[in-house]
Write a protein that binds this ligand. Structure first.
Ligand code: SF4
Ligand code: SF4
Length: 479
């Protein structure tokens, strides 16, 4: 018997207890720190376990997967096979995600834009817009890719800037044809500068019901980062259009792209959102995202290496202004709360199958982005770079490249050699493939993005929420 290589320990501060998670059995247990250290501490040996644990405890730990008779190699082989099978099942049940890029052109010139590299292709290339023939061809391809399964049909507009005024005819045709094809849910990643031109397309039913919009700080900061080609600012227009969208029942997620130059202005935005009354509606949410650059490697000035690094910078700035607490709050790091939610679901689960994540995102399952040139991409981080496309479409044409599909849609965490021995693997999924490629030039490398640190924080938060929930639902005795 030896400790499994897939034991995760989360010490509970100010107690003598720790949470133990098992990386592939799905077990979670509250144990004494002594036991946790025996299983995960340095120098754990076969002899020590037997000497220091009762037969009963050892049997219990074995039943939960924390100790095993398998060799390190045999256990890893088991994990690889488990991951392969689970990923296959998940892929079979996943709905394809469809996005359209009506054009790569944008009406802004943000200095940190991923498109900087693409602009070298020239004005004509950037401004090519999806023709009506290509729109028909894209829907024909989506019909084939979706197959016969009756699944929720959703379409996302992406770019460039999809909802710029110059795209009006294209977007209206895309929306009309999508409705005729049975699409019900629409969303857009937009800078919202020209959103008023699409007012009648905004709404909860069969219209664009979700928007991701970026604001980077107060006008003096935002307008220096997200400006028009002539240098004009956009803050006021965007704010007006966020209000307009929510009046029409659209859910808006405001993203704040944070680097070291605006980390100190996040607090201003918190206050601003509160004063606008936005934080009191369920339609609104906001979150920070580190300016990390994309495959082109354009991290810009003062970018962060991870969410945690960004959060520290924001909190550091907030501490400087202690005493000026903002009346509203939002997640300064969108990653940990999402992970916390998943771990809470894991803790609250009553069924047999754990909520494993065998891949990082839809790009490793069934995501398809259609661009105006007839290229199909699996991920928005690499669009416009034909070397990364997974297929081609056009009138009467749909071809998929099996090798590229294997690289993207079939990339599960157990296909990344460095992840196979990682106890976090089925919580993490192996990280972003595009970022791994940018950092290493290889697709089969991990992109940890400080996942272990996020997990430790998220697991603590999830455990506290789980305990609170149990207290709420435990009936009280007596009066
Ligand atoms: S709005 Fe988006 S696509 Fe347009 S320049 Fe800014 S970051 Fe790039
Ligand atoms: S990306 Fe890093 S944290 Fe995630 S499974 Fe792989 S090695 Fe572990």
């Amino acid at each position: 018997m030896r400790p499994s290589s897939y034991v995760l320990c989360v010490p509970l501060p100010e107690t003598e207890s720790s949470l133990l998670f098992h990386g592939y059995s799905g077990a979670v247990d509250l144990v004494s720190t002594r036991i946790a250290e025996l299983l995960t501490g340095p120098g754990t040996s076969k002899g020590r376990l037997k000497d220091r644990l009762s037969t009963e405890t050892l049997a219990h730990l074995a039943a939960r997967g924390y100790v095993t008779e398998k060799s390190v190699q045999a256990e890893q082989a088991y994990v690889v096979e488990l991951g392969r099978r689970v990923h296959e099942v998940m892929q079979r049940h996943s709905s394809p995600g469809f996005l359209v890029v009506p054009t790569y052109a944008c009406n802004l010139r943000c200095p940190y834009c991923y498109e900087k590299g693409l602009r070298q292709k020239g004005k004509d290339w950037m401004e090519r817009r999806m023709s009506s023939e290509m729109i028909e061809a894209a829907f024909a391809a989506m019909d084939r890719l979706a197959g016969t399964a009756k699944r929720r049909k959703a379409l996302t507009f992406y770019g460039g800037e999809p909802l710029q005024k110059a795209n009006e005819a294209t977007i209206r045709l895309l929306h009309k044809r999508a409705r005729e094809k049975g699409f019900e849910h629409f969303s857009a990643i937009t800078n919202a500068v020209d959103l008023a031109s699409y007012e009648d397309l905004l709404g909860p039913q069969g219209k664009i019901s979700f928007l991701q919009i970026t604001l980077d700080g107060p006008p003096s900061v935002h307008d220096r980062r997200r400006f028009l080609p002539d240098g004009g600012g956009t803050f006021d227009r965007i704010v007006r259009n966020i209000g307009l969208a929510m009046e029409r029942g659209v859910r808006v997620s405001v993203r704040i792209n944070v680097d070291r130059t605006n980390a100190g202005r996040v607090a201003w935005l918190k206050q601003f959102f509160f004063e606008k009354g936005w934080t009191r509606t369920h339609l609104f949410r906001a979150y920070c995202s580190p300016v990390h650059g994309s495959v082109c490697g354009n991290r810009g000035e003062g970018g962060f290496a991870s969410h945690a690094e960004m959060r520290e910078a924001i909190q550091g700035e907030e501490r400087k202004n202690e005493g000026q607490e903002s009346p509203s709050s939002f997640q300064t790091d969108g990653l940990t709360p999402a992970l916390q939610k998943r771990i809470l679901a894991h803790l609250s689960q009553t069924g047999d199958l754990p909520f494993w994540r065998t891949a990082f995102c839809g790009s490793n399952m069934a995501m398809y982005l259609f661009d105006p040139f007839g290229d199909i991409y699996p991920c928005w981080e690499i669009i416009g770079r034909p070397e990364h496309r997974i297929g081609r479409y056009g009138p009467g044409l749909l071809t998929l490249d099996p090798e590229a599909l294997r690289r993207w849609h079939h990339r599960s965490v157990v296909q990344i050699p460095a992840c196979r021995s990682c106890p976090y693997l089925f919580f993490c999924g192996g990280g972003c493939e595009a970022f791994a490629y940018r950092a290493t030039g290889r697709f089969d490398k991990p992109h940890c993005f400080e996942f272990q640190r996020h997990f430790q924080e998220a697991a603590l938060g999830a455990y506290r929420a789980w305990k609170d929930r149990r207290l709420e639902t435990t009936p009280h005795r007596g009066g």
